[in-house]
Write a protein that binds this ligand. Sequence first.
Ligand SMILES: [Zn+2]
Length: 212
Amino acid sequence: MSAHPDDMEFEAGGTIAKFTKRGYKVHLLVLTNGKYMDMSGKEHSRVDLQTEGRRAAEILGTEEPIFFDNPVTNLRVTGEIVTQVDNIVDEIKPDIFISHHPFDSHQDHKAAAEIMFAVCRQGRVKNVLSGSTLPYRPNIFAYRPQFFVDISETIDTKIESIRAYKSQYEKFGGEKLIERMIDMAKTQGWAMGYEYAESFEVIRMDESILGD
Ligand SMILES: [Zn+2]
């Protein structure tokens, strides 16, 4: 579950692709409609971002993504949104819930993390993980990576899913962005002796993560 359409591709794209490759169903929920104006004054439409998001989801092999209609930069933690996500969780009954880090510097990401905590209360979801806030955000130092996934077999799929967001790819510097994402996966892999990895901070985990 992410605040914006491209977030989970950046934070967990390799892990998602690995899960779907193993036959697990992955559902993507985006809490805002994606529409925003960037710092250069360029408008990014909801249609563009959601179309790119659907393409990225196809590449990662997930179910059809769900987009809520909340405005970007103003995502609020309310009883209403928690209930909306509760209903989806009741239907899907996920084994693992991934969203943002509570100390991420983006206010929408922080709100998404709080919504995840509310929804996963009382053991409703057993495994709860926060993805890595991107290193250009000042609060990266509050993020403590604890759970590492070897994404050497899916790094290419992750990169392809990021490229699917053509508008964001261009905004973030094109190939420079891709280089950064590969570097980040290499650095995280270094910690574990993997070629490429993604890391997560564990909010809660039970033994089901070990499999049968
Ligand atoms: Zn975001």
